[in-house]
Design a protein around this ligand. Structure first.
Ligand SMILES: C[S@@+](CC[C@H](N)C(=O)[O-])C[C@H]1O[C@@H](n2cnc3c(N)ncnc32)[C@H](O)[C@@H]1O
Length: 359
């Protein structure tokens, strides 16, 4: 809600309205009222040292991102930087947290996964294709330097922010842990489209579910032996096939251990509605109708009957083993106790024990 300049100055006497305008955090509207240009909200978590094996406790942060769809008029800008959403916290709670030397957050957005990784990783590399996203992450790291135990004068000793697509910025490097909430939303492609026409926060610019397929195939290249990757994803389910067939085909011959958990399966119609609403595209009726038709046509062109959503765990084995690596495909569509990370960790440990004892 826009406020008078006097009230803002009284509430924030050190930085005052003029400082906030200079930082691009607020703007003065025609009537002289001060309006927010970004979202800034508290975010915190608690954990006892046993829960995430990090010995770190929790944190209380202030996190900035672009204003959400309901906080501004019109369709979202294409380079919108997402705040902390349901998918972000799902990945946070799914991640198996152990001490790691080097962790990677691919597609960092406002930095949410990086904040958590910093609590149990010696060094975190956060990448994004969007300069705006990396600027928000840097801002959030500086703003929360104390709570995150960072030295603002020497961020680089704990965090490296890299601009670039997918694994380009980290080619040739390896990590113990990779997390990613990638731009997995399936989007109809159109002839001559430019990357600036795409919603960067959710659209990887590839056809169908290729972005997820690509990451499942290539992420193991940046994993140290025994290293794991955890991500969220969508997969297309062609008519007449089981949901796991496509994900299984991405692993064929890779030697990567995998665990896919499908949490939800929706029709092409519901998928189109969900994602068109997400960017407020319904506020432009013609855009909505055309985009809805394009979605249905796109799915029909690949004979896609349904779209699955879920969590993906990948591990590069300590040493290559003959034959296909174990892959597990499970469907869990009922509510699960969060955080699920410690339960996943225990299940992996049990499977490893059985494997080691050849039972
Ligand atoms: C769904 S958001 C996730 C943001 C945040 N990590 C979270 O968990 O909420 C996906 C992020 O990936 C970034 N992105 C899009 N295309 C990318 C690409 N080709 N390579 C790297 N990052 C990309 C977007 O800019 C966006 O910040």
């Amino acid at each position: 809600v826009p406020q008078t300049e006097d009230d803002v100055d009284a509430a924030l006497p050190r930085i005052r309205t003029s400082g906030l305008v200079e930082l691009g955090l607020v703007e003065k509207n025609d009537g002289g009222a001060v309006a927010a240009k970004v979202d800034l909200r508290p975010y915190g978590w608690e954990c006892d040292s046993g829960a995430d094996n990090s010995g770190s406790g929790g944190a209380e942060l202030w996190v900035s991102s672009d204003l959400a769809a309901h906080q501004q008029p019109g369709v979202l800008r294409h380079d919108h930087v997402l705040g902390i959403g349901q998918a972000s916290t799902t990945l946070v709670q799914t991640t198996i947290r152990r001490h790691s030397k080097r962790a990677l957050d691919l597609g960092t957005g406002c930095g949410i996964q990086t904040f958590h990784l910093l609590h149990h990783s010696e060094h975190v590399t956060a990448t994004d294709i969007s300069e705006r996203a990396l600027a928000f992450t840097r801002f959030n790291l500086m703003l929360n330097a104390e709570a995150l135990h960072l030295d603002p004068a020497d961020l680089e000793s704990r965090v490296s922010l890299r601009l670039g697509s997918l694994l380009e910025p980290v080619a040739g490097e390896t990590f113990d842990l990779v997390v990613s909430n990638p731009p997995f939303v399936i989007t109809p492609r159109s002839a001559g489209e430019h990357s600036s026409d795409q919603f960067t926060y959710r659209d990887g610019g590839l056809p169908g579910d290729d972005i997820v397929a690509n990451l499942v195939r290539t992420l193991p290249d940046v994993l140290a032996p025994g290293g794991t990757a955890q991500m969220l994803g969508n997969w297309e389910i062609p008519a007449g096939s089981r949901w796991s067939e496509r994900p299984a085909s991405w692993l064929a011959g890779s030697g990567t251990e995998a665990w896919f958990i499908q949490r939800e399966q929706v029709s092409p119609e519901l998928y189109a509605e969900t994602w068109l609403q997400d960017a407020s595209e319904g506020r432009d009726r013609k855009l909505y109708r055309d985009a809805y038709a394009a979605y249905l046509q796109d799915f029909a062109s690949r004979n896609v009957d349904a779209i699955g959503f879920g969590m993906i765990w990948l591990r590069r084995p300590e040493s290559p083993r003959p034959g296909d690596a174990p892959a597990r495909f499970e469907e869990i569509t009922y509510p699960i106790e969060q955080p699920i990370g410690p339960h996943l960790a225990a299940a992996v440990e049990r499977a490893d024990w059985l494997d080691a004892h050849e039972l």
